[in-house]
Ligand binder design. Structure first.
Ligand SMILES: Cc1cc2nc3c(=O)[nH]c(=O)nc-3n(C[C@H](O)[C@H](O)[C@H](O)COP(=O)(O)OP(=O)(O)OC[C@H]3O[C@@H](n4cnc5c(N)ncnc54)[C@H](O)[C@@H]3O)c2cc1C
Length: 479
C-alpha cells in the first residue's frame, strides 16, 4: 500500500472525534515517524487517544476514508512495528495510562495500553504482588506495545513471556467494532479465547484498548550471582549445563567480552570494573528453604565450565551493581558512536555454544565485529553487528551477516526473533521460518480480521524489502 491521503474534511472529523487531541504539524509527525530502528515513515496525522470511545470513532473515520492506522506505544520497537510506513494515522496511547484496577484476591490487574511496564510493576509490588514480564526497555515501553510484541525479558526463563500473563483483552477492530476476550469479557476461564491470537500480532489485527494481566506472588527470596569466564564458549557451556541441571534459575544472562568492556566502561564508578571474555548474570528465586543450598550447587558447575571469578551478591547494593552492568549494555553500545544492527535470534539453549561458534565464523567472513549478549536462559541472543551505516560496503556485509545469522539460527532449530517481532525488518525472511501452509493461515487471519488491510499495513506479511538495504549497490563481499 502506498502513500495515503488525508483530506481537510477527514482531518476535521478526526479532530472533532478526539476533542482536538491530534496534530498534522510536521514537527509532531516527525516525532512519530521512527522507533528504535533506523527506518522512517511519516504519518499524515498524529492522534493521542484518550479513551476507548475515541479509538472507536477514529477507526470508523479511518475505515471510511481508507486511511491506514498504526498503533503506537512508546516507539521502542526494534523491528519497525510502529512506523507509519504507508502514512496515515499514528495512533498514540501515551494518554491512556490508567491502571484501572488491581484485584489482589483474583491476582489480576486491568490497565490501559499506554501504562509503562515499570509503573505497573512498582504499583503491584507495593501490594506484595509481581508482574514478571520485564523487557530491558521496561522503564519506557508500554503494556500495549509489550502485548503487541509478546515481549520477553531476563525473567522469561522462569516466568514466561507477556503472552503467559494476558488473561483478557479489549480490542477495537479496524471497522470500529469492540471485542472483549477472557477476563474482560466476564470470563476468566474460557474454553475458547481469541486473545492469544492477538498477543504478538504487532498491531496488525486489532488495536488493544484494555488489558487484563495475571499477577503472581512476589518470591520469598532472590539470590544474584556473577560469573566470569576466560572465553565466551565457557559461559555458553555453563548455560547449557545449568539448564540441564534443572535448578530454578529466574535469570540467566550472557554477555561477551567486548560487550562487557563497553558496559563496565559506561557504568564506571557505579559498578565494579570487571573484564573477561564472557560473563553470566544468574538469579535463582523461590522459597527460602529451596534456595538455601543453591550457591553450593551452582559454583562447582560454573568452575567446571572454566569460570575464573564467581561471586554471590551479598546485599541489595551488590545486586544493583551487577544489574547496572546488564541494564547499561544497549546504551553503552550506542555510545560507541558507530552504528549497530541488533538482531534477536533464539536457539535451543543446548545449541548456544554451536551458534556462537557460527556467529564468530560469520563475523570473520564479513569482517565486521559482532557482539553478543542476551537472555541465554531462554536461548535468546542479541547479536549486534557493529558498523558504519554510511559505509556501503559495511551495509552489504551486514546484510550478508544478517542472512547468515538467521540461517544458522533456523538450522539449529531456532527462530528469527526471540522477542522483537517481525515488523518491517524481518518480513523478508519470514518465509525462511514458516512454510507455505503457515504463511497461508497467517494471511487468512489478517484478511478475516482486517479485510481492508488498513491496520498497520505492510508489516509481518509484506513483500517490501527491509529499507535498511535500500539503494545498496556496493560491490559484493570480498571485493
Ligand atoms: C534498549 C531496548 C531494550 C529492549 N529490550 C527488550 C527486551 O528485553 N525484551 C523485549 O521483548 N523487547 C525489548 N525491546 C523492544 C521493545 O521495547 C519491545 O518490543 C516493546 O514491547 C515495545 O513497546 P512499545 O510501547 O515501545 O511499543 P512500540 O514500539 O510503540 O510498538 C511496538 C508494536 O506494538 C504495536 N502496538 C503498540 N501499542 C499497541 C496497542 N495499544 N494496540 C495494538 N498494537 C499496539 C505497534 O503497532 C507496533 O507494532 C527493547 C528495546 C530497546 C530500545
Amino acid at each position: 500500500m502506498e502513500g495515503s491521503r488525508l483530506t481537510e474534511a477527514v482531518k476535521r472529523d478526526i479532530g472533532a472525534a478526539v476533542g482536538g487531541s491530534c496534530s498534522t504539524a510536521l514537527e509532531d509527525r516527525i516525532c512519530y515517524s521512527f522507533d528504535a530502528t533506523d527506518i522512517r515513515g511519516l504519518p499524515d496525522i498524529v492522534v493521542w487517544a484518550e479513551s476507548r470511545d475515541q479509538v472507536v470513532a477514529v477507526m470508523k473515520i479511518a475505515s471510511q476514508a481508507r486511511l491506514p492506522v498504526v498503533p503506537r506505544g512508546a516507539g521502542t520497537g526494534y523491528t519497525g512495528g510502529s512506523i507509519p510506513i504507508c502514512g496515515g494515522i499514528a495512533l498514540s496511547f501515551e494518554k491512556m495510562t490508567c491502571i484501572v484496577d488491581v484485584n489482589v484476591e483474583a491476582r489480576v490487574a486491568v490497565v490501559e495500553p499506554g501504562v509503562v511496564n515499570d509503573d505497573l510493576r512498582s504499583t503491584v509490588e507495593r501490594l506484595g504482588l509481581m508482574y514478571p514480564p520485564d523487557p530491558a526497555s521496561l522503564k519506557v515501553s508500554t503494556i500495549g506495545g509489550n502485548v503487541a510484541e509478546g515481549a520477553a525479558g531476563p525473567r522469561t526463563v522462569l516466568y514466561g513471556t507477556t503472552r503467559d500473563y494476558v488473561v483478557g483483552l479489549e480490542l477495537v477492530m479496524m471497522d470500529g467494532s469492540i471485542v472483549r476476550t477472557g477476563y474482560l469479557a466476564g470470563d476468566s476461564d474460557v474454553a475458547w479465547d481469541p486473545g492469544p491470537l492477538i498477543v504478538g500480532s504487532e498491531g496488525t489485527l486489532s488495536v488493544v484498548t484494555s488489558v487484563a494481566l495475571r499477577l503472581t506472588d512476589a518470591p520469598e527470596v532472590t539470590r544474584t550471582y556473577w560469573a566470569e569466564f576466560g572465553s565466551l564458549d565457557g559461559a555458553a557451556a555453563a548455560v547449557a549445563m545449568i539448564t540441564a541441571d534443572g535448578m530454578p534459575v529466574s535469570v540467566l544472562e550472557i554477555m561477551d567480552g567486548d560487550t562487557l568492556a563497553c558496559a563496565t566502561e559506561y557504568v564506571r564508578g557505579r559498578a565494579p570494573d570487571t573484564r573477561s571474555e564472557g560473563a553470566l548474570l544468574i538469579e535463582v528465586e523461590g522459597a527460602a528453604d529451596d534456595i538455601a543450598g543453591m550457591w553450593g550447587r551452582l559454583q562447582p558447575l560454573l568452575e567446571k565450565c572454566g569460570a575464573t571469578g564467581c561471586r554471590a551478591a551479598s546485599d541489595e547494593n551488590e545486586r544493583d551493581e551487577i544489574w547496572e552492568i546488564r541494564r547499561s549494555i544497549s546504551a553503552s553500545l550506542a555510545r560507541l558512536g558507530t552504528g549497530k544492527i541488533n538482531e534477536d535470534i533464539a536457539v535451543p539453549r543446548s545449541r548456544i555454544p554451536v551458534f556462537i561458534a557460527e556467529m564468530r565464523r560469520i563475523s570473520a567472513e564479513v569482517d565486521l565485529p559482532i557482539l553478543a549478549f542476551g537472555h541465554a536462559g531462554d536461548g535468546n541472543l542479541h547479536v549486534n553487528i557493529m558498523l558504519d551505516r554510511a559505509n556501503q560496503l559495511h551495509m552489504v556485509r551486514a546484510r550478508q551477516a544478517v542472512s547468515a545469522l538467521f540461517s544458522a539460527a533456523l538450522e539449529l532449530g531456532g527462530t528469527l526473533s526471540g522477542e522483537h517481532g517481525i515488523g518491517i525488518t524481518k518480513a523478508e525472511h519470514l518465509a525462511e521460518e514458516l512454510d507455505e501452509a503457515a504463511l497461508g493461515v497467517t494471511a487468512a487471519v489478517k484478511r478475516a480480521l482486517d479485510p481492508s488491510a488498513l491496520l498497520n499495513p505492510d508489516k509481518i506479511l509484506s513483500s517490501r524489502p527491509n529499507p535498511w538495504w535500500d539503494g545498496l549497490k556496493a560491490p559484493s563481499v570480498g571485493a
